[in-house]
Design a protein around this ligand. Structure first.
Ligand code: NAP
Length: 319
């Protein structure tokens, strides 16, 4: 069995626990492919899983642990029974989430149901910025909120990983989009198609927004509290956990306002990754990369991610 380079943690904690190491290369099991990872996306949940074992994980929680979920790369070996992919296929996806996927490495295995062919229009780096954030946006808008053409959606944090996909997907569906961002990102989200952009440093959204059909809350408790004031009775708020207290607050307020409240939890889907790939290839969806770091510099990417003002996505390049 060969070895590979990977970013591993041997203890939970700050960015100094991230270690670039030589580790054992995995082998694909039945229904899996081995992917030579060319790039790995960085998400806030990566930093969370560096700090503590994710409570949502169903599998291995002990150390050492290879971080990351988003991958783009090439199929270099195929496990028994795999017919969906061939050697040399360029693929992308978010395998196994929330269980360990080992994306921050040169090689990882992926169940075939969790990946799709990489969009031709995207580089490996761009493709690695897509899976977790775009799946979260897709599942929140379409599977949970059932967003329809002609409806109005209010998206908080429109310039972030999830937000910048959510704006484009909502526009593609034919909805009207209102979003919030800081001053430096106003033009950015307008160019993604947002119809109304509120600068949260100058304006409280609850004073302006009224009677929307759907809210996608990507920010947290304070934002969520006021979201109930802007959604119409019978509307829906989809909140992305990652912030303490949102579940309890939402459940308390929903009956009082007569709205539906749902906590989203992203799950892998090769099928949805394939639908997203079609949109990228048709020029209907774009990914914005705010920074590309070598795998060895994952710590720098984590620091930026945790600072909370990434525009679009951060990606690790795996040479
Ligand atoms: N439940 C799930 O399945 C799931 C999946 C994915 C993500 N999440 C969670 O969803 C949240 C968003 O994820 P993400 O990956 O999109 O995060 P992200 O990429 O780190 O978002 C960063 C963006 O947030 C914006 N922002 C920061 N403070 C803001 C504020 N007060 N008002 C409006 N925008 C603000 C920033 O814009 P400015 O620089 O303009 O402030 C920046 O562009 C995170 O809490 C994440 O953990 C949950």
């Amino acid at each position: 069995m060969g070895t590979m380079k990977a970013v591993q943690i041997h203890a939970f904690g700050d960015i100094d626990v991230l270690q670039y190491r030589e580790v054992e290369r995995p082998e694909p099991q039945a229904g899996e492919v081995l992917v030579r990872v060319r790039a790995a996306g960085v998400n806030l949940v990566d930093a969370a899983s560096r700090h503590f074992p994710l409570p949502i994980t169903t599998g291995k929680k002990e150390l050492p642990y290879i971080l990351g979920w988003d991958i783009a790369g090439d199929v270099v070996a195929i496990g028994p029974g795999v017919t969906q992919f061939a050697l040399g296929d360029a693929v992308y996806g978010m395998p196994r989430f929330p269980d360990e996927a080992k994306a921050y490495s040169e090689y990882t295995t992926a169940p075939v149901a969790d990946i799709a062919l990489k969009p031709h229009a995207l580089t490996y780096q761009e493709a690695a910025g897509v899976p977790l954030a775009a799946l979260t946006a897709w599942q929140s808008l379409f599977d949970l909120a059932h967003l329809q053409a002609g409806q109005t959606i209010f998206i908080s944090g429109g310039s972030g990983g999830v937000g910048h996909f959510a704006i484009q997907l909502a526009k593609w569906r034919g909805a009207r989009v209102i979003t919030t961002t800081s001053t430096r990102n106003v033009e950015f989200v307008r160019n993604l198609g947002a119809d109304v952009v509120l600068d949260y440093t100058k304006q409280a959204f609850q004073e302006v927004v009224k009677d929307v059909d759907v809210v996608l809350d990507a920010i947290g408790e304070d934002f969520l509290k006021h979201s109930f004031e802007v959604v119409k009775r019978g509307g829906i708020i989809v909140s992305l956990p990652g912030h303490k207290g949102v579940g309890q607050l939402g459940a308390e307020l929903a009956p009082r306002y007569g709205v539906q409240f749902v906590l989203a939890m992203v799950h892998p889907s090769g099928e949805q990754m394939a639908e997203l790939a079609q949109l990228f290839d048709a020029g209907k969806l774009k990914v914005h990369l705010d920074g590309v770091f070598p795998l060895q510099e994952a710590a720098q990417a984590h620091k930026l991610s945790e600072d909370g003002h990434v525009r679009g996505k951060l990606v690790l390049n795996v040479e």
